[in-house]
Write a protein that binds this ligand. Sequence first.
Ligand SMILES: *Cc1c(COP(=O)(O)O)cnc(C)c1O
Length: 389
Amino acid sequence: MSSLAKNYNRRKISFRSGKGSFLYATNGKKYLDFVQGIAVNSLGHANPYLTKALNKQANKVWHVSNAFIIPEGEKLAKRLTEKTFADYVIFQNSGTECVEAAIKVVRRYFYSIGKPFKNRIITIRNSFHGRTLAAIFASGSKKMILGFGPRVDGFDHFEFGDLKSLKKLITKKTAGIMIEDCLGEGGCKLIPDWCLRYIRKICYEKKILLVIDSIQSGVGRSGKFFAFEYAKIKPDLAIIAKGLGSGFPIGAVLMNKKTASAMTAGSHGSTFGGNPIAMTIGNAVLDQIFKKGFLTNVEKSSKYFRAELNKIKENYPKTIKEIRGIGLLIGLQLFKDQTKFIQKLENNKLLTIRAAENVVRILPPLNVKKSEIDLAIKIIRKVCKEIKA
Ligand SMILES: *Cc1c(COP(=O)(O)O)cnc(C)c1O
């Protein structure tokens, strides 16, 4: 009997080890892992370059307080600002912690310019920003907030795609808009470029801040460092986490100069956030992601994978409704509930994970090989055939 609380509905499978795109289970089977810790292990399991960096740092220093200068963090922040819209960075240990920090930055910014009444943030209903109290009320998902009242105030919601109602929600109390550029848990739903540009324009016009939660779509998963780069926009804040540590807990809030100015000494802090081990691994991940041709290759893999999936969709038009997402954040939307489909994929040794709206989420490591995509395609095709029969 497990002594772990029952807040997860776990699959009856555990793993001994992993290598690249594969996981070796305690049941003796070898699985093609296209979950990768839910878009976390961006460079696959037991990546030798990362292992080396981790071991090297482990022999130097694990942790020092943010009361001191941490050179590894200085370096990682510098690289993130050089490669993106951002001027300043705050490091945390997880995605939702960064969402919390971003909410604080937005409120604090308006406080710092003498407009503390501007403290409400507009979000997409049923988006996903993590599981802290503020994050669940930011999402507004009935399922996630159930039993966790009193409500954390300060969030107003609009329905995905309903830009008219978004505009109506903006009042003099509105401080910002926070959105995922591609809703991961929400069903791999991509916000179209024109729509992102429109939201950016509204934020400029109303002098409010745009926060983009890129926790799942960021760090190269889209084929660019940020998915919103395709729309050629710059938010005021962006949040990354999952892929940045390729399996090591880390998150970062990226901010432009204006926004970051509110975060004066003592305004925010974290014991673990930005510690030397996490920062070393973040740097090692960026060494790979920023290598010439790496992101182009992600785009290429995505294009190939999607073209193959589209062929399957054409063969099974009554099973597969839509291929969604961006880059290697791939959603296979089915007409029916996806539970059985995912189980059958697992029986055929391909691991995937659900998302909302009957979506089977496919999240290979960013350095996935063509042969591994081919193997996944073969299994997905087989399962479509089995489901139809
Ligand atoms: C995973 C995720 C989060 C939460 O991150 P945690 O590290 O689980 O706290 C928030 N927003 C998005 C878009 C995510 O995909």
